[in-house]
Ligand binder design. Structure first.
Ligand code: ADP
Ligand code: MG
Length: 193
C-alpha cells in the first residue's frame, strides 16, 4: 500500500493548525503509520529537497512561469539560480521552529496527499485545500520579504520521491504496520457488518 510523507511546517505548528491538518488527512481514510514532532536541521532540508536532481530547475521554472502569467518580471530568468535561492530560504524557514513529520498510508496516498495540501502558492491553491484555506501566501509576498513561500505543509510529489523522503525522515522501526478495523471496510472485497 502506498505511503506518503506529510510534514507540518513551522508556520502550521505556530498557527495551531496541527490538529486541523491531521484531521484533513485522517478523514479521507488514509492511515497514520508514523508521527513525530522534531526540529529539522539544514542538512536534512538540503537532502530532502535535492533527492530529485531536477528540483532546483523545476522550482525555478514554476516561479518564473507564475510571474509571467501575472505579467510580472521574475527576480531572475535563470531557473537554477531561482532554485538555489529557494533552497537557501527553505533552510531558514523549515529550521526556524519545530515541525511535525508524518507518514500516511493507503490507496493512492501520494496523489491524495497532494490533493489535500494544494498547489505551492497558497494564493492560487484551490479553496478546500490546506494551503488554499489557511494561507494567503504568494510568490510576490515571499520574494518581497526574501523568504521562502510559507505554505503550512509539505506533501511528497511522487511515489518514488515519497519512498526516499520517508527513508530520510524516519527509521524503519518508527514506521508501524498495524491493522485498523476500518481497513476491512475500505479494502476488503467481501465485508459485512
Ligand atoms: P511543493 O511544496 O508544492 O511540492 P516545491 O517542491 O516546488 O513545492 O517547493 C518546495 C517548497 O519551496 C514550497 O512548498 C515552498 O515552501 C518553497 N518554494 C517553492 N518555490 C518557491 C519560490 N519561488 N520562492 C520561495 N519559496 C518557494
Ligand atoms: Mg515538492
Amino acid at each position: 500500500m502506498e505511503k506518503t510523507l506529510i510534514v507540518i511546517k513551522p508556520d502550521g505548528v505556530q498557527r495551531n493548525l496541527i490538529g486541523e491538518i491531521i484531521s484533513r488527512y485522517e478523514r479521507t481514510g488514509l492511515k497514520l503509520v508514523a508521527l513525530k514532532m522534531m526540529q529539522a536541521d539544514e542538512n536534512l532540508v538540503e537532502k530532502h529537497y535535492t533527492i530529485d536532481p531536477d528540483w532546483k530547475k523545476n522550482v525555478g521554472t514554476k516561479a518564473i512561469e507564475s510571474y509571467e502569467k501575472k505579467g510580472l518580471q521574475p527576480p531572475s530568468n535563470d531557473p537554477v539560480e531561482v532554485g538555489e535561492d529557494v533552497l537557501k530560504r527553505l533552510k531558514i524557514y523549515i529550521c526556524a521552529a519545530p515541525v511535525v513529520a508524518m507518514v500516511w498510508q493507503g490507496n493512492e496516498a501520494v496523489k491524495l496527499g497532494r490533493k489535500i495540501c494544494g498547489s505551492t502558492e497558497s494564493l492560487s491553491a484551490e479553496m478546500g485545500t490546506i494551503r488554499g484555506d489557511y494561507s494567503l501566501e504568494s510568490y510576490q509576498l515571499a520574494d518581497g520579504s526574501e523568504r521562502a513561500i510559507v505554505n503550512l505543509v509539505h506533501a511528497s510529489g511522487s511515489v518514488e520521491e515519497a519512498d526516499q523522503e520517508i527513508a530520510l525522515w524516519f527509521t524503519e522501526n518508527e514506521i508501524l504496520n498495524y491493522k485498523l478495523i476500518r481497513d476491512t471496510l475500505l479494502y476488503d472485497k467481501n465485508w459485512t457488518i
